[in-house]
Every structure is written in C-alpha cells, then in structure tokens.
Write a protein that binds this ligand. Structure first.
Ligand code: HEM
Length: 340
C-alpha cells in the first residue's frame, strides 16, 4: 500500500511535535492502533449528563425546573470561558492546535468578537426564560418548591463570578453605599456587594439561611477571585486600550449590550417569572421563606450598572425603568397579581 506525501508530511509534523515535548512518536502511534473510535455518547458524556437530575418530589414539572437551571449553569460557564479569554488577552494556538499560552496584548477585534459571543449566550438565556415562566404548572411548582427550601438560584456562584470579572467592584457595591465606597479597597467593596442585601427576611432584615449558606461556601473564594480578576476585568481591559480603540463603536455597542443583558434583561425575565409564581394578592408569598425578593429583584431598584461612563445621565437615571413599568402593567392586565 502506497503512503502518500501528505501522510508522510503529517508524520513529520507529528515527529517534531512529540520530540519537542520529549515524547516518543512510535509509542503514540501504537496507542492509535489500539484505541477504539470515539463515539458521540462517550465524547458528550450523555449518560453522565442525563443522570444528573434528581428531583426531590414526584411532581413531573420539577424535572423542568432542575434541567433549566442546569442549562443556565452551562451557559454561565460558556460566558465565563469567553470572559476569561478576553481578560487574559486571548489564547495563542499554533497551526497544529498547540496551546502556546496567552498573547501579550489584547486585540480590539478579539475583544469585540468574544463579547458578541457572551451577548449571544445571554440573549439565548433571556429568550428561553419563558420555559420557566409558562412551562410549569403553578400548582405543581408551589408544592415542589416547598421541599427545596432554602435552596435558591440566588446561590448561583457562577453569576457572581461573571459580575466580578466584568467590571470594577466599586460599581457593584450596594447602591446607597456606592458613592461612599468608590475609592475603598476592593475587599471592602466586595464585603458591601449589592447581593448581600438580597435573600434577607423581609420583615426583620436578618440574613436567611439561603444567604448564610451561600456566604459560608463562597465568600472566601470570591475574595480570591477578585484578587485575580479585578486588575484585568473587562472594564480595566477597555480602559487599557488606546484612546482610538476606546472609541470603537462596535466595542462600545457590545459593552453596553452586555450591561443591559446582565443587569436588566436577564434580571427582568427572571423577576417576571418569580412574580408569576410567587406574588400573591395581599403581598404574601409562599416558597421563599419570606424574603425581600419583591423589593430586591427588580433591576430598576438595584441599579446595577457595569459601565456607567458609557451611558448618558438620563440613561443612568432611568436604568431599567421602562422595562419595570411594562412588567407592572402586564401583571395588572394578565395575572391579577402584585409583582412588587
Ligand atoms: C420558577 C423559576 C424561578 C423562581 C420562582 C425564582 C425565584 C427567585 C427569587 C424569589 C429570588 C430572590 C432570592 C430569594 O428570595 O430566594 C431569586 C434569585 C435568583 N435566582 Fe431565581 N427563580 C427562578 C429561576 C431561576 C433560574 C432558572 C435561575 C438560573 C440559575 C435563577 C437564578 C437566580 C439568581 C442568580 C438570583 C439572584 C439574583 C440577584 O441577586 O439579583 N433563578 N430567584
């Protein structure tokens, strides 16, 4: 049997590749001879993936709730994957697929392209949230939710990592303290991050078990992550660009879109869903342990904004307002419940 020049050429490249890392090509060729062909189910880990849903009750709709949260976690992991590459200046991959580490500087086109991906993932999440809002029977939800206390999506650490990698912590401080802590140390700012005022008992302001457990598991990790990512977060990356690149309209568009996606659009579809299932006439809500969610969740009330310098005074003042007004009127029209 003839061995083509193309195959011989590839063998030569392989020889160089393995010699450069002190490995014996022949041994790797033996491995190829004995290896089974790859299958879809092994590569994608289908069996493992489909064994990860473990409902706590017999209500069929609980599976939808679990799977959709898992889908969201996977998207969050893709988002972090892209953000990490921007923060570290992009992966340098050789022609034969070898990882050559990170580039020394960030190219503005890479920045834009990766932000586009991040925004696509957020849009996919926002656009699919109706799977939660209208895709479960409320009667089933309100019952199986009671067996999940005190677990809450609030405890999604991946969302918090995305925030810390996206902007300066000074912009994530709880709104009433934000101005005063503008120049504080990042760890002091992190200790005053807005979400530590969420998942508290509405009536007393005391931390719920949801918040206590979350802080116990993750607070230290968030501080370590802040040490690593604050010096190279997306806003720092933007500010390190040349003045001309900073004016790039596509880049500004993507950063503004990211701000809206993370701080208005997703929080809003999420809030509408919470209101759909939890809001009751008279304000009482079952299934959250009496937390302050109605005051805490609406984006307009929180005013989280990653990139304030990219918005006008008026846009900042009206942050999330138009959307929240719409939720109120939708609810009054269609659901006859009180969204908060
Ligand atoms: C029927 C569906 C859902 C309902 C009723 C709901 C309800 C709530 C409520 C009431 C809170 C406020 C904290 C608390 O009081 O426990 C909250 C926070 C949160 N939930 Fe959900 N949620 C739903 C689906 C999801 C999904 C699919 C995710 C995706 C991981 C998620 C992620 C979050 C996050 C990240 C927060 C914190 C938001 C913030 O700090 O602004 N939730 N949720």
């Amino acid at each position: 049997m003839e061995i083509s020049d193309s195959t011989l050429g590839k063998l030569k490249i392989l020889k160089e590749k393995y010699t450069s890392i002190g490995q014996d090509l022949d041994a790797y060729l033996d491995g190829l001879i004995y290896a089974n062909p790859l299958t879809y189910w092994d590569y994608i880990e289908v069996d493992a993936l489909l064994s990860l849903q473990k409902p706590k009750t017999d209500f069929p709709d609980e599976k939808i709730f679990i799977v959709y949260h898992q889908i969201t976690e996977l998207y969050f992991s893709l988002i972090s994957h892209e953000i990490e590459q921007i923060c570290k200046n992009g992966k340098n991959i050789s022609e034969i697929g070898q990882d050559l580490g990170w580039f020394d500087t960030l190219s503005v086109s890479f920045f834009i392209e990766r932000l586009k991906r991040v925004n696509k993932y957020f849009e996919a999440l926002t656009n699919s949230f109706d799977i939660m809002r209208f895709g479960m029977e409320r009667e089933q939800f309100t019952k199986f939710r009671m067996s999940l206390l005190s677990a809450s999506g609030f405890q999604t650490a991946s969302y918090r990592y995305i925030e810390i990698a996206s902007t300066d912590l000074k912009y994530l401080v709880y709104e009433t303290e934000r101005q005063a802590l503008m120049d504080a140390d990042i760890h002091h700012q992190l200790d005053n991050i807005y979400w530590r005022r969420g998942a508290v008992v509405e009536a007393t302001g005391a931390k719920t078990l949801t918040l206590v457990d979350f802080e116990a598991k993750y607070m230290e990790k968030f501080h370590e992550f802040a040490d690593q990512y604050q010096p190279m977060n997306l806003w720092k990356k933007y500010q390190a660009l040349s003045p001309a690149d900073q004016k790039n309209p596509d880049l500004i568009k993507e950063l503004r879109e990211l701000d809206v996606n993370v701080n208005i659009n997703w929080p809003l579809v999420h809030y509408r869903t919470a209101a759909h299932y939890l809001a009751q006439k008279g304000g009482e809500s079952k299934g959250t342990g009496g937390t302050n969610w109605q005051n805490y969740l609406p984006p307009h009330f929180q005013k989280r904004i990653f990139y304030p310098p990219l918005w006008s005074e008026q846009e900042l003042a009206e942050w999330g307002k138009a959307w929240v007004d719409q939720v109120f009127s939708d609810h009054l029209k269609t659901e006859n419940t009180i969204p908060g």
